[in-house]
Design a protein around this ligand. Structure first.
Ligand code: NAP
Ligand code: G4F
Length: 348
C-alpha cells in the first residue's frame, strides 16, 4: 500500500515495487481534475506487467477510508508518502498541515494496530525536522528543532512512528530523507521552479525568474535513489530509523548557476540581499530576488550523514548533483519546447 502514489516519490516507488513483482495498492485522494500525470504510464501499462497497480480512494484526514483500505488489502508493506509537503504553504495552512502531515500517519498506525495487521510501515520523515541545526552533519542522533508547521508536523509523525514501534512492537520505521528531486518534482519546489523557468526562458516563454533566499543550502539527491532506500528499510531483520542523504550541501544560488550554464546563459550576480539580480552574458536580468518568497523562519543549511544506511542497508546515492541538474534541465527543455509549440500553433 502506497499513500501519496500520485506524488513525485510515490511514482518512483510504484515503479520500483512493480518491477519487483509486487501488487501495489495506491491511495488516491479525491480531486476535481485528474492528478494521475506521474503514474499514467503505470496505469496504462497495467496489462503489460506481471504485477499490477490498483488505485483506491482514500484520504489521510479520513480514518474510515484508511481502515477500509487496510482491512481490504491487508498489505505486507505500507509506505506513507502522503503529506502536505510544501514548507512555505505550511505557514499559510498550519492546522491543515498538522492534520494531514502529522495526524495522518497516526491514523494509519492506529488502524494497523487496531486491525492487528502484520504490515511493515515506512514513514517519510524529513530533514526539515532538524531545522535550526545543532550538528554540522545531521545524522540519526541529531536533536530536532523544527522551523515550520510542516517540520513540526513531521516531528510529531516521527515520534509517533517510534512510539508505535516501542509500545506495540510494530515494524515501523522512519526514513529521515534529505531533499530529493527529479524531473517529476512539484513545480513549487525551488529546484524544479528553477529548471522549468530556465527552460521557459530558453524558449522565450518567460522573461525572468523570481526567487527568495538564494543563500539557503540543501543536501539534494535524486528521488529514485531515496525510494530504493525506503524499500530496503522494510527488508531488514530489525526495524530502525535511517537518514538518507548525499552528504553534499549546495546553495540555491549554486543550483541556479548550474542550471543557467546548461542553457548557455552563465549568470553574473549583482547587488546584495533583496536587491540582488542574476544577469546573463548579454546583460539581461534573468533572476531577481522577491522578498515575499522569504519564509518567516528559514532552515539555513542541511547536510546529511547517511553512513548508517550505507553500512546496514548497503544504500548509496547513485546520481551526482551535476547529473541531477542536467537530468532536470533536459526534461524541462522538452516540457518547454512542447509549451512553445502549443503557444505558436495556429489553432491557439
Ligand atoms: P509530493 O510530490 O508533494 O506528494 C505528496 C503526495 O501526498 C501526493 O500524492 C498528494 O496527492 C498526497 N496527499 C496530499 N494530501 C493528502 C491527503 N490528505 N490524503 C491522501 N494523500 C494526500 O511529495 P514528495 O516529494 O513525493 O514527498 C513524498 C513524502 O516524502 C512526503 O511525505 C514528503 O513530506 C516527504 N519528504 C519529501 C522530501 C523531498 O525532498 N521530496 C524530503 C523528505 C521528506 P495529490 O497528488 O492529490 O496532491
Ligand atoms: O525547494 P524547497 O521549497 O524545499 P524545502 O523547504 O527544503 O522542503 C523540501 O525538502 C524537505 C526536506 O528537507 C521536505 F521534507 C519537504 O517536503 C520539501 O520536499 O526550498 C528549498 C530552499 C528553502 O530554503 C527556500 O527558502 O530554497 C529556498 N528558496 C529560495 N527561493 C525557495 C525559493 N524555495 C521555493 N520553494 N521557492 C522559491 O522561490
Amino acid at each position: 500500500m502506497v499513500t501519496g502514489v500520485t506524488g513525485q516519490d510515490g511514482s518512483y516507488l510504484a515503479e520500483l515495487l512493480l518491477s519487483k513483482g509486487y501488487e501495489v495498492w495506491g491511495v488516491v485522494r479525491r480531486r476535481s481534475s485528474t492528478a494521475l500525470a506521474r503514474i499514467d504510464h503505470l496505469v496504462e501499462n497495467d496489462d503489460a506487467l506481471d504485477s499490477s497497480l490498483h488505485l483506491v480512494n482514500g484520504d489521510l484526514r479520513d480514518t474510515g477510508s484508511l481502515l477500509k483500505i487496510l482491512r481490504q488489502v491487508r498489505p505486507d508493506e505500507v509506505y506513507n508518502l502522503a503529506a502536505q509537503s510544501d514548507v512555505k504553504v505550511s505557514f499559510d495552512l498550519p492546522e491543515y498541515t498538522a492534520d494531514v502531515t502529522g495526524l495522518g500517519p497516526l491514523r494509519i498506525l492506529e488502524a494497523i494496530r487496531e486491525l492487528d495487521l502484520p504490515s511493515r510501515y515506512f514513514q517519510a520523515s524529513s530533514s526539515e525536522m532538524y531545522g535550526l541545526v545543532r550538528d554540522s552533519l545531521q545524522s540519526e542522533g541529531t536533536p530536532l528543532h523544527p522551523r515550520s508547521p510542516y517540520g513540526s508536523a513531521k516531528a510529531f509523525a516521527y515520534y509517533t512512528t517510534r512510539n508505535y514501534r516501542e509500545a506495540y512492537g510494530l515494524f515501523a520505521v522512519n526514513g529521515i530523507m534529505f531533499n530529493h528531486e527529479s524531473p517529476r518534482r512539484g513545480e513549487s519546489f525551488v529546484t524544479r521552479k528553477i529548471s522549468l523557468a530556465a527552460a521557459r526562458i530558453h524558449y522565450g516563454l518567460q522573461e525572468t525568474l523570481q526567487l527568495g533566499n538564494l543563500d539557503a543550502r540543501r543536501d539534494w539527491g535524486f528521488a529514485g535513489d531515496y525510494m530504493e532506500g525506503a524499500w530496503r528499510m522494510l527488508q531488514t531483520d530489525h526495524p530502525s530509523d535511517y537518514v538518507l542523504a548525499t552528504g553534499e550541501s549546495r546553495s540555491v544560488r549554486e543550483f541556479c548557476e548550474l542550471v543557467f550554464q546548461e542553457i548557455d546563459q552563465p549568470l553574473t550576480w549583482r547587488g546584495i540581499g533583496p536587491e540582488e539580480v542574476g544577469v546573463g552574458p548579454d546583460g539581461r536580468m534573468l533572476v531577481e530576488v522577491n522578498p515575499q518568497l522569504y519564509r518567516p523562519t528559514e532552515v539555513d543549511i542541511l547536510q546529511g550523514d547517511a553512513s548508517r544506511a550505507g553500512g546496514d542497508l548497503d544504500w548509496q546515492p547513485t546520481v551526482s548533483f551535476q547529473e541531477l541538474v542536467r537530468m532536470m534541465v533536459t526534461s524541462d527543455l522538452e516540457v518547454a519546447e512542447r509549451q512553445a509549440a502549443r503557444e505558436n500553433s495556429p489553432s491557439k
